[in-house]
Design a protein around this ligand. Structure first.
Ligand code: GDP
Length: 364
């Protein structure tokens, strides 16, 4: 292929592999001022390509962030807190200050006690070795809590640059776009450029004088349910509006299906209430555990859809996670649902192999 280089980042342009550096669709190569797709998206949509947690690019990002001086904004998805915690995050932080931002609070029921949510999130961050100077709950989409966030950022940045960090889909771009709108009043004034030699991109937001905001690539965490369903089905499993929790009074020996991608067996314990928080489009079905295999076989793509799945996934190949619930807890199925259960139950959750399931103290 040609020696053509991208005028944005200097990578050699190529049309063979869209996942590799310098990719440009063949038609674009003919242009004189050819830029790779990554730079194109960055320039036109302020869209930064995400990096895989196992990739060299991820390590480059970690190292480059470690070395800079500034304030870190760690964005967390209120619906998927565990998956929002990036392993090796401490490598990024060094001795920088961190502000934790819990985003998408509009998805949680209106009755949610936000102070309690913040408290729980802080504990989870702490368990992962992350100490935030402040934790702020917002909805980037609904522009809720952003004023407070800007004040907090300005206070702690003290003229230094700000780095926005998060896993994919936590709402980094939505947040940054809102910040731009609120601080400049106009989305068109952004200028972006590359932080030399790295995957970090600079967004020039006039925050307290001359400081910049850096947008970092999102980190792809492969353990979220989103990676196990076709793209078209994401709209079914990802909540897009306020979740309406549904409560079931279950006896041990009963099973609850959350559509065709998760099965919750109540193995032992006194009668208990199971409250499911998930996209309102998912279907919930209760059955006896002894009938659950047959029920699934028969209905995985009927009663239990959407999402539609080609073949059953909650078979022996699925992964079984068993929890002894000794205090009021939530079982989190990454990016899919969480289920609040009172203390005194043994519960097994079956999901496609590779999807994370965690037990945490309840946030409600
Ligand atoms: P990024 O990958 O971290 O940059 O995430 P995006 O900003 O692209 O957002 C991922 C998805 O979450 C998009 O569908 C957004 O519309 C949605 N999203 C972002 N912020 C919010 C929020 O505050 N509330 C809700 N309900 N959705 C949000």
């Amino acid at each position: 292929m040609s020696e053509l280089k991208c005028i944005g980042c200097g990578a050699e342009l190529q049309s063979e592999n869209e996942n590799k550096k310098g990719y440009i669709p063949e038609s674009g190569l003919k242009r004189e001022d050819a830029i790779c797709r990554r730079c194109y998206r960055l320039k036109h949509y302020n869209e930064i390509m995400d990096v895989d947690i196992d990739s060299g690019e991820f390590m480059t990002m970690l190292n480059s962030l470690y070395e800079v001086d500034g304030l870190i904004i760690k964005v967390i998805d209120a619906f998927d807190i565990s998956a929002s915690l990036i392993p090796s995050f401490n490598r990024i932080v060094g001795d920088k200050k961190v502000i934790a931002v819990i985003n998408k609070t509009d998805l949680l029921p209106k009755s949610t006690n936000i102070n309690r949510l913040i408290h729980r999130a802080k504990l989870m961050l702490k368990e992962n070795g992350i100490t935030a100077v402040e934790t702020v709950a917002i909805s980037a989409l609904k522009n809720d809590g952003l004023d407070r966030l800007i004040d907090t950022m300005t206070k702690h940045a003290r003229g230094k640059d700000v780095y926005v960090v998060g896993t994919t889909n936590v709402g980094k771009s939505t947040l940054i776009n809102q910040l731009i709108r609120m601080t400049t009043g106009d989305a068109d004034v952004i200028t972006t450029s590359r932080f030399p030699g790295t995957t970090l991109d600079l967004i020039d937001i006039p925050l307290d004088g001359n400081a910049f905001i850096y947008d970092t690539p999102g980190v792809i965490v492969p353990s979220q349910m989103a990676h196990f369903v076709p793209k078209d089905d994401l709209k079914h499993i990802t909540p897009s509006k306020e979740i309406k929790p549904v409560t079931f009074q279950l006896e041990s020996g009963q099973t609850l299906f959350i559509s065709g991608l998760a099965r919750v067996d109540f193995e032992s314990g006194e009668k208990n209430s199971f409250t499911v928080y998930a996209s309102n489009q998912l279907t919930l079905h209760r059955t006896k555990t002894i009938n659950a295999d047959d029920f699934y076989e028969k209905h995985y793509n009927g009663l239990l859809a959407p999402p539609e799945i080609d073949s059953p996934v909650l078979t022996e190949d699925g992964k079984l996670h068993t929890f002894d619930v000794n205090e009021d807890s939530d079982i989190e199925i990454s990016g899919y649902a969480f289920i609040s259960i009172s203390a005194g139950a043994t519960v097994s959750v079956r999901v496609p192999s590779g999807v994370d399931v965690n037990l945490r103290q309840t946030i409600f």
